[in-house]
Design a protein around this ligand. Sequence first.
Ligand SMILES: Nc1nc2c(ncn2[C@@H]2O[C@H](COP(=O)(O)OP(=O)(O)OP(=O)(O)O)[C@@H](O)[C@H]2O)c(=O)[nH]1
Ligand SMILES: [Mg+2]
Length: 245
Amino acid sequence: MMMQKNSSAWLWVLPLYYLRKLYPPPPPPPSNLHRNLMSKQFQFKLVLLGESAVGKSSLVLRFVKDQFDDYRESTIGAAFLTQTVTLDDGAAVKFEIWDTAGQERYKSLAPMYYRNANCAVVVYDITQSSSLEKARTWIRELQRQADRSIVIALCGNKADLEERRQVTQEEAKKYAEEEGLMWSETSAKSGDGVQEIFTEIAKKLPLTALPSARSGAARPAGGARAGVDLNRQAGANPGGDACNC
Ligand SMILES: Nc1nc2c(ncn2[C@@H]2O[C@H](COP(=O)(O)OP(=O)(O)OP(=O)(O)O)[C@@H](O)[C@H]2O)c(=O)[nH]1
Ligand SMILES: [Mg+2]
């Protein structure tokens, strides 16, 4: 009697076993970290440097909020904002942006912002030759003091003011080539070239590098962050101004 019961149970177990082989249960949902790695999200620290009034804050405002303000107040200290660029291959590059103050009295603060930066946008105003000189000074300082792998873009802003141009494209381009920098012109006012410069920087960054494998490497979003939590330090609202800019 007992034997009969057992053999009839096998009649159910075997088909169930093969059914499970044919249709395995779905895998458990991925953790946040895995989801970020799979969807290729990376975070980079970006710093903006340049003489006062060249349009650093205006460039960030255009990039982050697609807005322009004719009467912007000079930045005090620095401002922190974030913005994400999605590349053609689906990789999402989140920039943690430090918009520094260009006024001379804030100069000593700059190393705090370019330290460990993965990329820098050094801005000059195409209508002011002196601003290109200042940009050269910043670039020399970055080359000496910043991370060796930093990606530097030289950016000629206010390209809409062509009639007042003092810096030719040839001059700036030649200098950028000599120094191995990216170069382009932008207009924060019209928006021309703004998205492009950040996208080109995102393409240049080492997206294949493992998080914290070396300084200057990409960090998958949501992953453990070594060092300072920039959002917390600035009391910042991601995507919004942390301080006056
Ligand atoms: N025509 C024109 N004006 C611009 C452009 N970008 C900025 N401006 C103007 O230039 C002035 C200075 O711009 P900001 O963005 O405050 O300059 P900044 O480099 O951040 O200056 P600091 O904060 O003092 O370092 C503002 O009046 C802007 O409206 C541009 O592309 N074209
Ligand atoms: Mg500013």
